[in-house]
Design a protein around this ligand. Structure first.
Ligand SMILES: [Zn+2]
Length: 416
């Protein structure tokens, strides 16, 4: 069963940004409950509306699309099991085992402020239009369907290539499962100003013929280019995630031949740098993503949990495994100061979307899972790496503690 998982940031932005109610909800969840959210979920300020000119532009785009364009867009997204928008889950009362927000301390992290900042100079019309057309997710899907480590369009950024490649090699050799066939690559928002690449994505999402696809791609590229805040695609919002993808066991012919992947967006690397986590953050994220590949190989996505609780379990496990790898002498063997940065990285990307199947855990929970992984490595045999299934068994025992209520309780007042 294929799954794709993102490192990130499901709801990071949902505290401050949410899809307006006029916009169509779009969401999908993989059968295992492993979900990903693309950036479009987080870019449309609640209650915002298009200007008259913006509406005219959007209308002209919709006129070029097939009548069922929203269903096609959602299907394109669903095929990769990438969950798009937490908006529907927020509204969807049928989400099983919804977690009680009253049980938890949960506040915005510095990443929320970062997202506000990168969107502050972006025109509202272009943001809504690109989100609806699926363009904010095009870099992610392009990397899944067409990305290759040998293709310069997906090359790791020079400033990170050495660190990521080295860390990736360590992580592949660290675990007791087969990880050597995973491809490491990057995604870059500049694809949104490349007509040929945008044409390919428009065809993939909407099934347009060549002429129509080129025409629409040109218009979409024009929108990106005309908004200085989008910086010709270099605004981090286009690539604010990293993810693990596996098509293992997939029967959909669309996925035939797609290799296992780990993809880093420029945007998440920019974000980590802005948060003061440049030295260690990318390594921590890589450790987390490789843990998802361990989960694929060990079939650890299967559990009794569903919905947000299922995602929270696998995400906190990835934080714990990634931190174990970062700490262990056979892994990255990071110094104590760097390990503090690892826990801060996971804290900063925690979210408060308790009802979303994309819920990754609160900042406190993610920090706690990371600290637990560090402690297991630091207190264990420095010469022996635990088998991944043994580490999982330990994790499953500690999970209830990691997700226990941390909200202060007001004691009941005894009757007079
Ligand atoms: Zn993850």
């Amino acid at each position: 069963m294929k799954k794709s998982l993102t490192w990130s940031l499901t709801a990071v932005t949902c505290a401050t940004l949410a899809l307006g109610t006029a916009l169509p909800a779009q969401a999908s969840t993989s059968p295992a409950g492993a979900t990903v959210s693309g950036p479009s979920a987080r870019v449309v300020p609640a209650g915002s509306t298009l200007s008259a000119q913006g509406r005219a532009t959007l209308d002209s785009i919709i006129a070029q699309l097939p009548a069922d364009w929203q269903a096609r867009r959602d299907a394109a997204v669903a095929r990769a099991h990438i969950e798009h928008s937490p908006a529907r889950e927020v509204l969807d009362r049928s989400v099983a085992n919804a977690i009680d927000p009253g049980d938890y301390v949960c506040n915005p992290t510095p990443l929320d402020g970062y997202v506000d900042q990168i969107l502050s100079g972006v025109d509202n019309d272009s943001l809504i239009t690109l989100a609806l057309a699926g363009v904010l997710d095009f870099p992610t899907y392009e990397a899944i369907f067409y990305g290759s480590p040998k293709d310069p369009d997906f090359a790791l950024p020079a400033a990170y290539a050495g660190t990521l490649t080295t860390t990736f090699g360590y992580a592949q050799r660290f675990w007791d499962v087969k990880l050597e066939d995973i491809q490491l690559m990057a995604m870059h928002g500049e694809m949104t100003v490349d007509v040929a690449r945008m044409t390919r994505m428009v065809k993939l999402f909407y099934g347009l013929d060549d002429a129509k696809a080129v025409k629409l791609a040109r218009q979409l590229v024009g929108i990106v280019r005309s908004d200085p805040g989008l910086r010709n695609g270099r605004n981090p919002i286009f690539t604010l995630n990293a993810f693990a993808f596996s098509a293992q066991g997939e029967t959909d012919p669309l996925f035939r031949g797609i290799k296992d992947k780990m993809v880093f967006g420029d945007g998440i690397l920019d974000a980590l740098k802005a948060l003061g986590l440049n030295a260690v953050g990318p390594k921590a994220v890589l450790g987390h993503e490789m843990a998802h590949h361990v989960q694929f190989e060990d079939n650890l996505f299967v559990s009794d949990l569903t919905g947000p609780e299922a995602t929270r379990r696998t995400e906190l496990m990835a934080d714990a495994f990634g931190s174990y790898f970062a700490t262990h002498t056979k892994g990255l063997n990071l110094a104590p100061n760097a390990l503090l940065q690892v826990t801060k990285t996971f804290y900063d990307v925690g979210d408060c979307q308790f009802t979303s199947p994309g819920h990754h855990g609160t900042p406190n929970q993610r920090q706690a899972a990371s600290s637990w992984g560090i402690a297991v490595a630091a207190s264990g045999d420095p010469l022996k790496v635990l088998p991944s299934l043994r580490l999982d068994a330990k994790f499953e025992r500690v999970l209830p503690q990691l997700v226990a209520s941390d909200a202060p309780k007001v004691p009941a007042v005894p009757a007079a």
